[in-house]
Design a protein around this ligand. Structure first.
Ligand SMILES: Nc1ncnc2c1ncn2[C@@H]1O[C@H](COP(=O)(O)OP(=O)(O)OP(=O)(O)O)[C@@H](O)[C@H]1O
Length: 250
């Protein structure tokens, strides 16, 4: 059943429904009297697609994601997205006074909840830390718990806001591989916000660049996975994206 969460002054606002595709049309967002951060932005993400969103700092990536998640209101325009969504942020946002498994199934108690936590913690390779306290986890482990907490809700739309930005290079590569495995298994529509062009090209079916409140570049990645950085098409796409971001390609 469709359910309108917030009625826009113009457009329908945010509409949630069972289907797993995402449709955005004419989305406009400004803070106070400032310029439009999102300016009549339109975008469709078919069910199951993995999309990466790049853009310079301050270009509105997090604002778009927060709006899709329902954390910021839709004031102008229409957003239609699946009911079941999960978001993973750069920081794991775990409650330090709850054990790992309790953080995963926040609010649920009893043996069934713990069993479910064990299932998803196994998927993210962290079942051995099920009873640990968050403060004893490494940064990578904490993000695995955040991923498990996202998965436990069985999302049909998964949003990742620079989830690996604070991790070292090796851990980031391991986490990228994990995200691909989880995406394949769960087949959820996925939107990854990142600053890392190579990360976008390794993971996504399609890479977007946000600029002046609009999608400036919408680039399909016609490469099978696993992807090699040295592949000529990979290098071509990297150059194109770096140019779009105004970065010199050395
Ligand atoms: N709550 C807010 N109040 C006022 N301005 C805001 C608010 N949130 C974001 N902005 C402004 O909106 C613009 C876009 O911010 P946003 O965080 O979406 O960009 P971003 O592309 O995610 O940046 P970064 O890559 O640095 O994380 C920025 O100019 C920011 O200052």
């Amino acid at each position: 059943m469709n359910h309108i969460i917030s009625n826009g002054e113009k457009g329908q606002g945010l509409l949630v429904r069972e289907r797993a595709d995402v449709r955005i049309s004419g989305l406009t967002k400004r803070f106070g009297d400032g310029p439009a951060v999102l300016d009549h932005l339109s975008l469709n993400i078919p069910a199951g697609e993995f999309v990466a969103l790049l853009g310079r700092s301050g270009s509105g990536k997090s604002t778009l994601l927060r709006t899709l998640a329902g954390l910021d209101p839709v004031e102008y325009g229409d957003v239609v997205r699946p009911t079941a969504v999960s978001v993973v942020f750069q920081e794991s946002r775990l409650l330090p006074w709850r054990r790992v498994w309790q953080n995963v199934v926040l609010g649920q108690k009893g043996p069934e909840a713990k069993k479910r936590a064990l299932q998803v913690l196994t998927e993210v390779g962290l079942v051995h830390r099920v009873d640990a306290w968050p403060l004893t986890l490494s940064g990578g482990e904490a993000q695995r718990v955040a991923l498990a907490r996202a998965l436990v809700r069985d999302p049909s739309f998964l949003m990742l806001d620079e989830p690996f930005a604070a991790l070292d290079a090796l851990t980031r590569i391991q986490m990228q591989a994990l995200v691909l495995t989880l995406w394949r298994k769960h087949q959820c529509t996925t939107l990854l916000v990142t600053h890392d062009v190579d990360e976008a090209l390794v993971l996504a079916d399609r890479v977007l660049v946000l600029e002046h409140g609009k999608i400036k570049v919408d680039l399909p990645v016609p490469l099978s996975r696993p992807r090699r950085h040295a592949h000529p098409v990979f290098e071509e796409l990297r150059s194109e994206l770096l140019q779009a971001l105004g970065v010199q390609n050395s």
